[in-house]
Design a protein around this ligand. Structure first.
Ligand SMILES: Cc1ncc(COP(=O)(O)O)c(C=O)c1O
Length: 464
């Protein structure tokens, strides 16, 4: 709460500088008093530094560390963003008052026409395929979007979610929060989808699935540069999945958070008929291409689906999920700073990934299986099966001792979330090698830190 207040007051401070100087003086005085008392109150109760962001909660967080664990931008990148935001806030001074004041009003449920139209133009350029602004609504990020979809489509009846194994571990937590039953997508040994088994499961009425006009369930996937494997679906896999979803009345939720971080020249062509097929929803976010603290993202689907989501009680009550954040984004589209920032971020991350791949290619032993990602944040390393204990008991502590952090693959294992949710009738075992894999994120390291961190990691791996 204190941190939230501090952030709000920081924001108030920035905005006050463009409104008038008297207000600014008052604000500065308030802030310096607040800042001192805020620090004092925290210092008097705890001996550790105040918590400013999510990763402070880990308690071992240090920006000097080689942090391959965190899937978020480096603080230096966020300082670049801060400068762009400051410049954009300055621009607000020239905005007509009826528009300026609207930034602080309850927002239209989907967001203003202006931000939706600019977002559609941006996405049309990114995807090199038309995006219709009437198929969009603003959200407070991809996590919020997923919560909305679960709430709107599965809030009032039993729901089931099919997901890839391994998967984005926090998405599974969102499903758990809605009491949805989580099941790994049935796959054959060669990693192809096992549609006959999948269909049998649905038809047998297993897992309490009903066919009464609602979507029967949700398929959660990260089609491009996935978390945690850094993989992309092939067009053939996507087409088969889309056919199956349409035939079985399942809705595909594409967590499209890494699309703009494609490093091969342009974003691959869209894999699903987003906007034209009612069984497909896409969630995008500015968290990875600007900063997660902004809490702005979007949903794209057919107009009918978007209209239905926008009728959600929470959206109706509060209006646009983050009206001020969406308005800032709108200004950044207008002054062109957003487009430039995304281009620079993409180039920086492309270079980080190139460097990481070249170091791993040179230093990883041959028995580690991995592939070179074409985009996104993550590299997934799979070790021989008998490495499980080594990873947990040697690699993690030894790497930590040398200030290198990463995530164990077991954290992303979908089967962890499948057992004991609403029923214990099925037990799922992990078949995807999560237990003997690790996930590396390139997001949170500076370019200059990356080689040393990876060499230390490979050095420890080679000692086994
Ligand atoms: C696949 C995936 N979805 C969603 C998120 C969270 O996105 P947001 O910050 O927009 O809620 C992340 C962040 O790590 C992610 O990897």
């Amino acid at each position: 709460m204190q941190v939230a207040l501090w952030n709000v007051s920081k924001c108030a401070f920035h905005f006050s500088s463009v409104i008038n100087t008297t207000a600014r003086c008052v604000c500065v005085r308030f802030l310096s008093t607040y800042k001192t008392s805020h620090r004092q109150s925290i210092m008097s109760t705890v001996s550790t530094p105040p918590i400013l962001h999510a990763f402070d909660e880990f308690r071992h967080y240090d920006t000097a560390d080689y942090n391959f664990h965190v899937g978020a931008p480096h603080p230096d990148e966020l300082m670049q963003l801060s400068r762009v935001i400051q410049q954009t806030v300055q621009d607000i001074r020239a905005v007509p008052s009826e528009v300026q004041s609207s930034y602080f009003q309850y927002g239209a449920t989907k967001g203003s026409d202006s931000v939706l139209q600019h977002l559609a133009a941006f996405l049309t350029q990114e995807y090199r395929a038309p995006v219709n602004w009437q198929n969009l609504m603003m959200t407070a990020g991809a996590s919020h979007a997923l919560g909305l979809v679960c709430n709107v489509f599965f809030g009032d009846h039993d729901g089931v979610v099919f997901l890839e194994d391994p998967t984005y571990f926090l998405a599974a937590e969102i499903f758990r929060g809605f009491g949805l039953k989580v099941i790994p997508i049935p796959k054959l040994d060669n990693e192809q989808y096992d549609f006959p088994l999948w269909k049998r499961r649905l038809d047998e009425g297993l897992h309490g699935i009903r066919a009464d006009g609602h979507f029967r369930g949700l398929i959660y996937i990260i089609p491009l540069h996935s978390n945690p494997r850094g993989r992309c679906l092939s067009p053939e896999e996507a087409a088969a999945l889309a056919r199956f979803a349409a035939d079985e009345n399942l809705v595909i939720h594409c967590d499209d958070v890494y699309n703009s971080l494609s490093y091969t020249g342009s974003i691959p062509p869209r894999l699903f008929p987003v906007g034209s097929h009612p069984n497909v929803i896409s969630a995008g976010t500015f968290s990875k291409i600007l900063g997660p603290g902004l809490r702005v993202g979007w949903l794209e689907s057919t107009k009918e689906n978007i209209d239905r989501i926008a009728l959600n009680g929470i959206i109706e009550s509060g209006g646009c999920a983050n009206q001020f954040g969406a308005s800032l984004i709108d200004r950044m589209f207008l002054n062109g700073l957003l487009q430039t920032y995304v281009k620079n971020t993409r180039n920086l991350y492309k270079e980080k990934m190139r460097l990481a791949v070249s170091i791993l290619s040179e230093h990883l032993p041959n028995n580690v299986i991995w592939h070179k990602p074409q985009g996104g944040y993550f590299i997934w390393l799979t070790f021989p099966e008998d490495y499980e204990e080594f990873l947990t008991n040697v690699l993690v502590p030894e790497a930590k001792r040398r200030n290198v952090h990463f995530q164990l693959g077991s954290r992303s294992c979908a089967s962890r979330f499948c057992n004991g949710l609403r029923s214990t009738d099925d037990a799922y075992t992990c078949t995807s090698g999560c237990q003997n894999s690790i996930r590396l994120s390139i997001g949170h390291l500076g370019l200059s830190q990356l080689p040393e961190g990876l060499k230390i990691l490979c050095d420890i791996i080679k000692k086994r």
